[in-house]
Design a protein around this ligand. Structure first.
Ligand SMILES: [Cu+2]
Length: 331
């Protein structure tokens, strides 16, 4: 926590490389690394506080001119810079949004946001509150707890309230990939609206069992009892693809903390939420024992989380469940 707006200095490298899909297919990749010798997928999470000045030094070590963009969001005009020539370094300066929230940045490969998204040049931008801890639901999402509504347990019991504290955080960055398109784009073509449908559907650059097993992606935490929150988990869901996602969790409902275009969902307690393209939705998963589990247990349970759009649960022409799938582990 810092009392006054500050200057945050960070560096990114634009790089060429390759990435391996879950079926072993290797595809070309243009994206970001925090060092000059290694691409990262997704790109590193930039964390700033409201109102900070961000000085981002970008060195383009790839074979294509690439700029930097942050898509506009409610209350934030966004960032767009001209491409940085191959071999050049430029400092991009912008002011962080004035409200806490979840955003993402895109490397505009060949000057195109869509091309950067299709290649995987995307990373999270998290704006934290200045005057309160990052664990405070009220500081992160003002007013949500007072409007949170949940049905009574079993229709009669007092429903548990939206927890006031975040115990742990996850970021889920959703992306799509078509290998033929990726070859064309890495070779210099610019993304077109007529590009074919994606064949791979990724969470944090992974899919299927790889996303299930990834400790930075799956939700693993201590379960509470019936109606008692355990390690309440803030999940920042960012959709960098062309299609909407419809993210569904088994075992628990989650509280919707933010939504870019459907404000009446904020404070709702749901098991599925739509994440529009180029935007983010924040939810809080309480990690409580599911009220309908029989026999009543609250430890050692695993539940699947997946995109409810069936195509996105597959890879490479229908292999299921090798797409946008992960899990919640109640320990
Ligand atoms: Cu399901």
């Amino acid at each position: 926590m810092r009392a006054a707006a500050d200057v945050v200095n960070a560096g990114l490298f634009v790089l060429n490389g390759s990435r391996t899909m879950i079926d072993g297919l290797v595809v070309p990749f243009v994206g970001f690394g925090s060092t000059a010798d290694r691409l990262e997928l997704p790109s590193g999470q930039l964390e700033v506080q409201t109102g900070d000045t961000i000085n981002l030094t970008i060195t383009n070590k790839s074979t294509l001119p690439t700029g930097f963009a942050v898509p506009a969001a409610p209350g934030f005009a966004g960032v767009a810079t001209a491409p940085i020539a191959v071999g050049d370094t430029r400092m991009v300066t912008f002011t962080a949004p004035s409200s806490p929230g979840t955003h993402h940045y895109v490397g505009t490969v060949n000057g195109s946001v869509a091309t950067g998204q299709a290649l995987g040049a995307t990373g999270p931008l998290v704006v934290l509150p200045r005057t309160a801890a990052r664990t405070s639901v009220d500081a992160l999402f003002p007013g949500v707890r007072t409007r949170a509504r949940r049905q009574p347990l079993f229709g009669v019991g007092a429903p548990p309230a939206l927890p006031a504290l975040v115990v742990q955080e996850r970021t889920w960055l959703f992306s799509e990939l078509n290998p033929t398109t990726a070859y064309d784009l890495a070779g210099g073509r610019v993304s077109l609206p007529s590009d074919p449908e994606p064949e791979y559907f990724l969470i944090n650059g992974l899919s299927g069992m790889l996303a299930v097993e990834d400790p930075f992606t799956n939700i693993t935490g201590r379960a509470g009892g019936l109606g008692q929150p355990g390690d309440s988990t803030l999940v920042r869901m960012i959709n960098t693809g062309r299609a909407p996602r419809s993210v569904h969790l088994h075992g628990n409902h989650f509280w919707v903390l933010s939504h870019p275009d459907t404000p009446w969902l904020i404070g709702a307690f749901k098991d599925t939420v739509r994440v529009p393209p180029a935007s983010a939705v924040d939810v809080l998963v309480p990690l409580e024992a599911p009220p309908d589990s029989l026999p009543m247990v609250n430890r050692g349970q695993k539940y699947v989380v997946h995109d409810h759009i069936e195509m996105a649960e597959t890879a490479s022409g229908g292999h299921y469940p090798s797409g946008m799938v992960s899990e919640m582990n109640l320990t």
